[in-house]
Design a protein around this ligand. Structure first.
Ligand SMILES: *Cc1c(COP(=O)(O)O)cnc(C)c1O
Length: 397
């Protein structure tokens, strides 16, 4: 995995990133900073990781030329099928990478927090596979809202630890998970599910997800003779599927990288997760980045119809890519994303995750030439969103 996008020694991408953590957490983060590269760059690690991605996750995922979308948009549209991964999305790439790393650091136990449950399920899956003890922190309200995923995690052998303080949602689960990590720095590894958090997490997660663009290059070369597309489009929550899809195309002088944020009910509606559109620089979850905050620095509760994009910050790499104009950040509303999800289901027989539908919806806003090669990263499948897809349709009537 050769990288074109390495942070500096303190974990900064330009002015973004770093490791702004309380002193009590410093030893945990330092251990990772000092060891992660040495471990993940070994032949032994790479061999085990790649074999599991191939035979367990089902990689490489297909790069599918969509004839129907290509006719509709008068361009060459390809879908990168991350929805076909084991567990139905890209998150498993990172979960397996981090559990393998934890084992090599002699950790016995994995902790993670989850909101909608997708990261929790991926983590519980990797722990079951690799034989580590797994505790997932989850707000009491989220446990109630996300029953199928809670049931999945339990079946996979994970312990669910309810967070009962504060708003009883993701924020509170994060606090409790971090407290548990502080209490056991030697035996426990904390898995973050996106390219957020203190250094080295953004780089670690980006490297594990970079397999997506590595595969696209090979697949596109085979299909078109040129490994570089004109556009890559991906949805942006914390930013892990997007950086995975962008990674090997940054600075190639051809490919335009487009990251699609969740506009919610509209960027200026007060109910949005469009972090870059509205964001101001600040510190969230241990790194400097753009985030949605009030003038006096309070984090604003985000809104998106897709749970995976409902995050008030954004990975520091994406703040850097935005400020240096290496990627373009746009937004798509709930309504536009839902329409794109219904459309793809009907036209292609693929029910996408509502997160991924944000990336698809952006095709409507582009001025494309018939020769343009466009890769849309289909980050996940829509089975988890069935109730939302159903109810929204009904609401519309
Ligand atoms: C979690 C999730 C996302 C958002 O996370 P990123 O880190 O921004 O990729 C997007 N799509 C799907 C299907 C997800 O499960």
């Amino acid at each position: 995995m050769k990288t074109t996008l390495q942070p500096d020694e303190n974990g900064f991408y330009g002015e973004f990133g770093g490791a702004f953590v309380p002193e009590m957490l410093y030893p945990n983060v330092l251990e990772l900073q000092q060891n992660y590269l040495q471990i993940i760059e070994t032949e032994d690690f790479q061999k085990e990781f790649k074999l599991l991605l191939k035979d367990y996750v089902g990689r490489p995922t297909p790069l599918y030329f969509s004839k129907n979308l290509s006719e509709q948009f008068q361009a060459q549209i390809y879908l990168k099928r991350e929805d076909l991964n084991h567990t139905g999305a890209h998150k498993i790439n990172n979960a397996i990478g981090q559990v393998l790393l934890a084992k090599r650091l002699n950790k016995k136990r994995i902790i993670a927090e989850t909101g909608a449950g997708q990261h929790g399920v991926a983590t519980a899956t990797a722990c079951a596979l690799l034989g580590l003890d797994c505790t997932i922190y989850m707000g009491e309200i989220d446990i109630e809202r996300q029953k199928p995923n809670v049931e999945r995690m339990r079946l996979l052998g994970a312990k669910i630890q309810p967070a009962t303080s504060g708003s009883k949602t993701l924020k509170d689960a994060t606090n409790e998970a971090i407290r548990a990590w502080i209490n056991d720095p030697v035996g426990t590894h904390y898995i973050i599910g996106s390219v957020v958090g203190p250094h080295p997490y953004p780089d670690l997660v980006a490297q594990f997800q970079s397999v997506i663009s590595q595969e696209i290059k090979i697949q596109l070369k085979e299909k078109t003779g040129d490994e570089n597309p004109d556009y890559v489009i991906a949805c942006l929550g914390g930013g892990s599927n997007a950086i995975g899809a962008f990674y090997h195309f940054i600075d190639n002088g051809k490919t335009q990288l487009i990251a699609v944020e969740a506009g919610g009910l509209g960027v200026y509606s007060g109910k949005t997760a469009a972090t870059i559109a509205l964001g101001k620089k600040g510190i969230i979850h241990g790194s400097k980045t753009y985030l949605i905050q009030t003038d006096d620095g309070q984090i604003v509760e985000p809104h998106s119809i897709s749970a995976g994009l409902d995050y008030p910050g954004i990975g520091p790499i994406h703040s850097y890519l935005h400020d240096t104009k290496k990627a373009e950040v746009v937004s798509i509303t709930d309504e536009e994303a839902m329409q794109a999800a219904y459309d793809l289901s009907r036209r292609e027989g693929i029910i996408p995750a509502i997160e991924s539908a944000h990336a698809l919806a952006y095709l409507h806003k582009m001025k494309l030439k018939t020769t343009d090669v466009v890769v849309v990263n289909l980050s996940g499948r829509g089975d988890k969103d069935l109730a939302t897809l159903q109810n929204y349709r009904t609401d519309e009537k």
